[in-house]
Design a binder for this molecule. Structure first.
Ligand code: ARG
Length: 470
């Protein structure tokens, strides 16, 4: 290839064409083309600003803006001639613009660099992604609140160590998931604050000699403020790390929910039935109905955790300012955002549609001496020190284990042999309903408390996501 064949827009100082493998190795257009809308939006704002500042003629700015609009249509229609020799989304679009409008196209890059351009594009893209994820989080939260309402009086076992611990309201369990998602939303919105800063105008690293108006582009692009330091602005990817970090934790939450859904949908517990439309069958075992969506969400958490590690490692060795390493930020960022969005969508659709087998969850809650703590608390209210009450109930449980009976199935006289503080009313406290209803304080599992939390959650969900607080 002769120098004349070199398509790169930066080839002036080079005396031979780029090695073919290097062209392929350095190209990013096959994935950063995903940013074409943001790239065009940023370029239009830049051109308009340059014209207003007298750096571009109004005619050139008009030609640039019309040309970029036409290119957007071309790309949307799948008619754009993407070329890896032009490296990335920026140079593909700029080269095409010049092809279409001539010299005006070559003036677009005045006073900017791909370094501030890409940082601007990614921030614009991520801001929209965050908003989409927050929207999905809210839809999922609302679905969980509705399910909690439907199942506030449903008794299920609460677990510690996956051993039956104490009975809880199924609605309370759904609201535990809701709380995780409220924190996830708060973290995403916090990451949005630092994402929504505008690097454009930082140029390659030191700013530009042209009389730019950064406030104008900032307002036009909907950023909160222009970045304050050009060196930092072109090299900073903290906002991407913060987003992926929030996404990784959100995926950890979804993965924990997935794990519970898989356990509950197993015939071993039989707590829930997932709608057929969210399950798949086995190619060999005709009886199978598998919770694959939940399993895939659990599996996709691995990608997002991996992306976080990739981005942290990508940045740790970089001196100021821009380094080409940064091109490697896009694939993990895109992948993490896609995994989070898809997983949120899947769960927002599926989870609120699950059907609880209320008999089974109640029966399971009656196993494992789940009201033993209630008996101990009963004794404490009758003056027995808690540590002694614990010992007494332990002896009653031992009898239950030996004779294969729950505390509620024992005779009064049998219970009384362990403590004379026990009287006939004890059985009210040994039922699973009594146990749940007795935890009647802020944050407790009593159905009345669950309903109070549902009302609070519904009021919160009516407010603007940005005004939400934890
Ligand atoms: N494709 C590059 C990236 O993603 C754009 C910036 C390239 N800048 C440069 N000086 N090579 O980071």
């Amino acid at each position: 290839m002769s120098k004349a064949d070199n398509k790169a827009l930066w080839s002036g100082r080079f005396s031979e064409a780029t090695d073919e493998f290097v062209t392929a190795f350095t190209a990013s257009e096959h994935y950063d083309r995903r940013l074409f809308r943001e790239d065009i939006r940023g370029s239009k704002a830049h051109a308009r600003m340059l014209a207003d500042q007298g750096v571009l003629t109004p005619a050139d700015a008009r030609a640039i803006i019309e040309g970029l609009d036409a290119i957007a249509v071309e790309i949307e229609a799948g008619d754009f001639p993407w070329d890896p020799a032009l490296e990335d989304v920026h140079m593909n679009i700029e080269a095409r613009l010049t092809e279409r409008i001539g010299d005006a196209g070559k003036r677009l890059h005045t006073g900017r660099s791909r370094n501030d351009q890409i940082a601007t594009d990614v921030r614009l893209w991520l801001r929209a992604e965050i908003d989409a994820c927050v929207g999905l989080l809210r839809r999922f939260q609302a679905g969980l609140v509705d399910l909690a309402d439907q199942e506030a009086d449903t008794i299920m076992p609460g677990f510690t160590h996956l051993q039956v611990a104490q009975p809880v309201s199924f609605g309370h369990h759904m609201l535990a998931w809701y709380e995780m998602l409220v924190r996830d939303e708060s973290r995403l919105l916090d990451a949005r604050v630092r994402t929504n800063q505008m690097p454009l105008g930082s140029a390659a690293l030191a700013g530009t000699t042209f009389p730019i108006n950064r406030d104008q582009t900032c307002t036009e692009l909907g950023f909160d403020a222009p970045t304050r330091n050009s060196l930092d602005a072109v090299s900073d990817r903290d906002f991407a790390i913060e987003f992926v970090s929030a996404a990784a934790l959100a995926m950890t939450h979804l993965s924990r929910m997935a794990e519970e859904l898989v356990i509950w949908a197993s015939p071993i517990t039989g707590f829930i039935d997932l709608p057929d439309r969210f399950c798949t069958g086995s190619s060999i075992m005709p009886q199978k109905k598998n919770p694959d969506v939940a399993e895939l969400v659990r599996g996709k958490s691995a990608r997002v955790h991996g992306a976080l590690n990739t981005l942290l490692t990508l940045m740790k060795g970089q001196p100021l300012a821009y380094n080409r390493d940064n091109q490697e930020d896009k694939e993990p960022l895109f992948d993490a955002a896609d995994a989070l969005r898809d997983s949120l969508r899947a769960f927002a659709d599926m989870v609120p549609a699950l059907v609880v087998d209320r008999e089974r969850t109640r029966e399971a809650a009656r196993t494992g001496f789940s009201t033993a703590t209630d008996l101990a608390d009963y004794l404490v209210r009758r003056g027995v020190p808690f540590r002694d009450a614990h010992e007494i109930v332990g002896q009653a449980v031992a009898l239950g284990v030996q004779t294969g009976r729950d505390l509620a199935d024992m005779e009064l006289a049998e219970l009384q042999q362990f403590s004379d503080a026990i009287t006939g009313d004890v059985f009210e406290f040994l039922t699973v309903e009594g146990s749940v209803a007795a935890r009647d304080h802020f944050g407790g599992t009593a159905p009345d408390q669950v309903r109070k939390q549902i009302a609070a959650a519904r009021a919160r969900l009516k407010t603007d996501a940005r005004g939400g607080s934890v």
